[in-house]
Every structure is written in structure tokens, then in C-alpha cells.
Write a protein that binds this ligand. Structure first.
Ligand code: ZN
Length: 424
């Protein structure tokens, strides 16, 4: 107590300045979200998006949501070259992640202005543009206008209320999406191409609510029964988390000496797309049961979480022991959410050592760590993994706007440092 008063006195005298102290400087950046409130995960109704083509100007200008991953709920023609779009969620209440995706084209080449409006939400995602539906780039900033900008640096309040974009259109469609499009078929193509390697297989571990395959990729040429579990995309718009996970998996499956040695000792189970219905239906957050899947790891009311729960159990009964788990997500900026060592003890220290090693190798962009001291109820995947299997696990979050080159590098470095630590 005494030292505290001395410190206050020193601050008062100007001897110690809090503003410039190191501990304050380290606390910049996104601090993370608070604890999750307990919610029921019983199935709720979801509004299925109307699919079709809107045509304007005597059928010369067209908007379409007829593709997987699209979300466009209404279009109005306001004036000569000006349109307003409505983007609405699958149900509510819902996390503020207004995903959008549409195609637009015109019989005659022209420039149009498009205003986006979101029911009860704000404009979180910066538009991505594509001319083939596969290769996307961010919209040129000179063609982007904020309407009613937000306040602060992070969180939905920092996002503008609406946006307006200007794009040149012609007879070939232009795709406009909230993030790059990685639908269930594109993710399947990726795991199929990786599965060309002799030690990689992929197979279905269950069906989603709408009947899509829950695919698992298994990397396995190991002599032991130690295994890793890597999942991503419980939340459909979280493409940056998926991209880091993709690089992470490609590194574990790669040809480096370390990866070859690692695979002799560890098997890797990967569910790259936890919510295929949400992704293909262009959902903001939920599965087709209207539920945030990352709140369902206690009640298991949804088939997607049940598929992974049952898979883990069956492999465990075959003798597999889980030594590490990661669930990749996206949020306002890069951040790590491990379980605190007050819960996990020495076993969970691995996760903190790993984070330190990643951060040392990537000093250009620092990320905060927000450790959770609460294990129960196990609504989120990480807590289920630890509570049932004592699997040291993390929620690995990447920023919505984190540069794509950096995402790839971070996924690779994260895999390399994990292999090093687990083999030590
Ligand atoms: Zn998420």
C-alpha cells in the first residue's frame, strides 16, 4: 500500500508520467470483447433470401444475387445513375457483421453510384471488387464515400452508418462483396487440391442443417496418436480468419524439413468451413438454424457443432490425444483469445509461449492477448476442447482489414512456431 501512495505522489510531482509509461503504451490496439452473455441455442426461424435479378432503366441495368455467397435484399433506382441497396440479416438479434454480395452489369458502359443501407446496423466491411468472382481487390479509395462516419477506432460504432461507391459497369458483370468469396464449393476445391498429397484425405463428418457436407481434412502419416484440431469459419463473413488458417494448414502440409518431421509425430484434423449454410446463403453470422454456432458448444443444438463433437469423441475412443486446438475468426483487429493459465495451468502455457514466439517474428503488427479465466459454461469451441480433452486451445482472430499478404505470413509463422514448440 505504501508504495502505491509514493507512486501517486511521484505522478503528482511530475516525476513519473503515466502517459509515457511503458505499460500504457503496450495497451494500445484492439483490447477485445468482454465475456459472452449466456444465450439459448435452440433453433430459430431464418428468413431465406429472395434470389433473382433486379432490372432498371428499360432493362439495361441489372443487379443479381443469384450466386452462392450473395446477399442483396432489395434495390431501388433513386435518380439517373443512382441506386440504393438494402442489406438485411438472416434473423435478429444479430452481431453487427452486415455481409453483402451482388453482381451488377449494364447493356451500355456507364458509371453508377450505389448507396448501401443496413437494417439496424452500420457499414463494417470495405467493398471488394471482382470481374470473375474469384479474384478480388479492394475498391479504389477515391471511389468510396462514408456517410455519417462513426466514432473511435474499433467496434461497430467506429464504422460509418452507410457507404456510397462509384463503379464503372458494362456488359460483363462486376462482383461487389464484403470480403473475398470463399463459398463451400471453393473451400472444397482447396481441400481436394491439397488432398492430392498421399498423406492427406478429406471426408464428410456430418451434414449441415440444409444438408451440405461438413468436410474434414486429415493430414496423417504419424506413428503416434497425438493430434491437433484446427477449425474456422463458424461465422460466415470471417474470411480473413479463414485465409490465415489456409496458410497455417498449407505450412503444416508443406515440404519443409520441419513439416516432414512434424507429420511423423502428429496428426492434424481440420474443419475449414464450420458453417457452409451460412456462407453459401450470405449470412451475417448464424447457421441455417438461426444460431451463432460459437455459442452452441455447451448445448449442441445444431448439427454443425454436433458433427465436430462426435468426431472428436470417436477419434478419442480410437486412442487419439489432442495436444492443441485453434479456432480461426475475424474481428476489428488481430487479437489472441487463449484460456488463462489459472484455468489450464502449466499445460496451457504452451499457448502463451507460442503467441510470444509469433509476435517476436512479426514485430511490424502487434496483437493483444485477452485471456479468459472462465471455462464454464463451455459455449465457445475453445472451452469445450479444453473442458473435455484438456486440449490447450485458442481463438485466433485476424482483423477484417489486416493486409492479405500479412495474413498469409502470420498463418505460416504461427504453424512454424507451433511445430517447433510441440517437437521440443
Ligand atoms: Zn467469429
Amino acid at each position: 500500500m505504501k508504495s502505491k501512495y509514493i507512486l501517486i505522489l511521484l505522478i503528482f510531482l511530475g516525476v513519473v508520467s503515466c502517459k509515457n509509461s511503458k505499460s500504457t503504451a503496450e495497451k494500445t490496439g484492439y483490447q477485445g470483447q468482454g465475456p459472452n452473455p449466456i444465450v439459448s441455442t435452440k433453433t430459430k426461424p431464418v428468413q431465406k433470401q429472395w434470389k433473382g435479378i433486379w432490372s432498371f432503366q428499360d432493362s439495361t441495368v441489372f443487379f443479381s444475387n443469384q450466386f452462392d455467397g450473395a446477399r442483396l435484399n432489395g434495390v431501388s433506382h433513386d435518380s439517373l445513375n443512382h441506386y440504393t441497396l438494402w442489406i438485411t440479416p438472416e434473423n435478429s438479434p444479430i452481431n453487427p457483421s452486415p455481409w453483402y454480395g451482388f453482381k451488377v452489369w449494364s447493356k451500355t458502359a456507364q458509371e453508377i453510384k450505389i448507396n448501401f443501407s443496413y437494417e439496424g446496423s452500420r457499414s463494417r466491411y470495405y467493398p471488394k471488387i471482382s470481374y470473375d468472382g474469384l479474384n478480388f481487390k479492394t475498391l479504389d479509395s477515391t471511389r468510396f464515400k462514408l456517410i455519417n462516419p462513426g466514432e473511435g477506432e474499433f467496434g461497430i460504432k467506429a464504422a460509418p452508418e452507410r457507404i456510397e461507391i462509384t463503379i464503372a459497369i458494362d456488359n460483363n458483370p462486376t462482383w461487389v462483396t464484403a470480403q473475398e468469396l470463399y463459398t463451400s464449393s471453393r473451400v472444397k476445391q482447396w481441400i481436394d487440391s491439397l488432398s492430392q498429397k498421399s498423406f492427406i484425405t478429406n471426408y464428410e463428418i456430418g451434414k449441415s442443417r440444409e444438408g451440405r457436407s461438413m468436410n474434414l481434412m486429415e493430414i496423417n502419416e504419424s506413428n503416434s496418436k497425438k493430434a491437433l484440431l484446427i477449425i474456422s469459419r463458424q461465422h460466415p463473413p470471417e474470411v480473413t480468419g479463414f485465409l490465415a488458417m489456409k496458410s497455417f494448414m498449407e505450412t503444416l502440409a508443406g515440404n519443409s524439413k520441419k513439416a516432414i518431421e512434424f507429420r511423423k509425430q502428429f496428426a492434424i484434423f481440420n474443419v475449414p468451413l464450420m458453417n457452409p449454410d451460412g456462407v453459401d446463403n450470405g449470412h451475417w453470422r448464424h447457421n441455417f438454424g438461426g444460431i451463432d454456432l460459437n455459442r452452441d458448444w455447451q448445448e449442441f443444438n445444431q448439427p454443425e457443432t454436433r458433427a465436430v463433437r462426435d468426431f472428436l469423441k470417436s477419434k478419442n475412443e480410437e486412442g487419439y490425444q489432442y495436444v492443441f486446438g485453434a479456432d480461426f475468426h475475424s474481428t476489428w483487429d488481430d487479437i489472441y483469445y487463449p484460456l488463462d493459465t489459472v484455468v489450464t495451468g502449466q499445460k496451457g502455457q504452451l499457448v502463451f509461449d507460442w503467441i510470444d514466439n509469433i509476435e517476436k517474428r512479426l514485430p511490424k503488427k502487434k496483437a493483444n492477448v485477452s485471456a479468459s479465466k472462465k471455462l464454464h459454461p463451455t459455449m465457445v469451441s475453445r472451452n469445450h476442447f479444453y473442458a473435455v480433452y484438456e486440449m490447450p486451445a485458442i481463438v485466433f482472430e485476424l482483423g477484417d482489414n489486416t493486409p492479405r499478404v500479412f495474413l498469409k505470413e502470420k498463418g505460416k509463422v504461427a504453424a512454424e512456431e507451433l511445430m517447433r514448440l510441440l517437437m521440443d
